[in-house]
Design a protein around this ligand. Sequence first.
Ligand SMILES: [Zn+2]
Length: 265
Amino acid sequence: MLKISKKILLGVAITSLITACATNIAGRKQIMLVSENSAIQASKQAYVNTLKPLEQAGKLDSNPQVVRRVNRITDKLIQQAIILRPNTRSWEWSVKVIDDPETVNAWCMAGGKMAIYTGLLNKLSATDDEIAQVMGHEISHALANHSAERMSVAMANNLALNLLKTTTDASAKQMSLATAAAQVALTLPNSRTSESEADKIGIKLAAKAGYNPNAAVTLWQKMAQAGGNQGFEFLSTHPSPENRQQALKAMIPEMMPFYRAAKGK
Ligand SMILES: [Zn+2]
């Protein structure tokens, strides 16, 4: 009797810890401490927390032309994301341009909360097709639930707890553990498996949105050439999977019909 109840207790403890064990859109089983829904809720607050100081410093969406350009591209990608995962229609999708010419970075939190830094646009002289590849890749991280995975890592390693303990910002002290995890998650590297998944989904979203798949290769070439000695933030959170450029190049023939069909519309 005692043995059984211990087993039951252990089971309860494990199920309360592992809140999600699902298969993502890339077909991979994920075991997580944070469910996608909690990741989306926490990311809403983390997005506000991250952007607020930038807005106060006048570093948010300061160039209307750039904002229009980025929105035009992400709108098309979002349409494709919703076709791929219809339940993301209810996400409160949003993109902000962060005016920071020194930072080469872009991200998409759980629930479709995105940002791109002007450093990425300028230092790479990024074309529309290349911006679509970056944002398609970022959106794919969210679609494949990688954000919740990284939040789980932040939780498991007490990184979120440390942030709450060490922050001197009064408003940040009020935030929940999950929100802290969502903020820390932005700085953690994705696994190489996640990177390959996001490359695969991202190039397809972009092609279906009418963006040239060849730009996926030129984007990572530019990123590697310019970022090798400059330590781009983007490269520290997006480690290169084996043969990334060759793998992307190999996908191009399959992507061209999607691209041509979208361009012909
Ligand atoms: Zn990535």
